[in-house]
Design a protein around this ligand. Structure first.
Ligand SMILES: NC(=O)c1ccc[n+]([C@@H]2O[C@H](COP(=O)([O-])OP(=O)(O)OC[C@H]3O[C@@H](n4cnc5c(N)ncnc54)[C@H](O)[C@@H]3O)[C@@H](O)[C@H]2O)c1
Length: 248
């Protein structure tokens, strides 16, 4: 047994300059992994890498752009020698509007980052993982991708897409030794909540049976399990981190 669950592993965590991604990167590093923080906010990513210390590095990239994603993966492979784990965490909520008031641009921006970004990063990852016949991908879906939250159509649809993409990709790379899972958190206390109406945050919190917001560290703990050798018989699944909100 390794002394630490991620000893000798290299991980890319997208959107890890803050919030859930930061908690994942910090936990992975504490568990022995070398972590690359890939974020559109390069200054924030560098601050996060400095705080985490160890061998954490920051790489600037917009996950919605194939050229930037491929360049970021090439840089990480060059510096770390490979990618064992990818966490597709980068995401935005978009505007709080009913469908009748949604702009096409709102729709495209959320789908581009949350869903296309997950595809582009996963594609880059499996291209590096397949020759090694090993790897793990975990993506951030959301309870909204199961239920469909009113006034959050692009976000909810993007996260439903992440759940389905997870199942699809898991089947494709099963025989290559690569596992693919996702998690569906309910509301977690991060800066993303600043982009939401106060009433919406209160309403969504009231739907969580545990009666509180989740903590980024609680999501990171579930993702550590999925990224580690403790879940080798698990792929194509969506795990809840929802304080009891989703019982299915
Ligand atoms: N906080 C919640 O309540 C909650 C609930 C369910 C799911 N999630 C999901 O968890 C993930 C992280 O959420 P969070 O609350 O930590 O968000 P956050 O806003 O605190 O952090 C998001 C990070 O993603 C980065 N980012 C945004 N667009 C990017 C892009 N195009 N390319 C690269 N990086 C980009 C940001 O710079 C930031 O560092 C998201 O996918 C989110 O949808 C969050």
């Amino acid at each position: 047994m390794n002394a630490q669950p991620l000893d000798g592993k290299t991980a890319i965590v997208t959107g890890a300059a803050q919030g859930i991604g930061y908690a994942i990167a910090r936990r992975f590093s504490a568990e022995g992994a070398r972590v690359a923080i890939v974020d559109v906010d390069l200054d924030g990513a560098q601050r996060a890498a400095d705080e985490i210390g160890g061998s954490a590095i920051a790489v600037g990239a917009d996950v919605a752009r194939a050229d930037e994603v491929d360049r970021a993966f090439a840089e990480v492979v060059d510096r770390f020698g490979g990618v064992d784990i990818l966490v597709n965490n980068a995401g935005i909520v978009g505007s709080d509007r009913p469908v009748r008031d949604l702009d096409e641009a709102d729709w495209n921006r959320v789908l581009d980052i949350n869903l296309k970004g997950t595809f582009l990063c996963s594609r880059a990852a499996v291209r590096h993982m397949i020759p090694k016949r090993a790897g793990v991908i975990v993506s951030l879906a959301s309870i909204s991708g199961k239920e469909g939250n009113a006034n959050m159509a692009p976000y909810s649809v993007s996260k439903a897409g992440v759940i389905c993409f997870t199942k699809t990709l898991a089947k494709e790379v099963l025989s290559e030794g690569i596992r693919v899972n996702c998690v569906a958190p309910a509301l977690i206390d991060t800066p993303i909540l600043q982009g939401m109406e106060r009433e919406r945050v209160d309403f969504l919190t009231s739907k969580i049976p545990l009666g509180r917001l989740g903590r980024p560290e609680e999501v990171a703990a579930t993702i550590l399990f999925l990224a580690s050798e403790e879940s080798t018989f698990t792929t194509g699944q969506c795990f809840d981190v929802s304080g009891g909100r989703a019982t299915y």
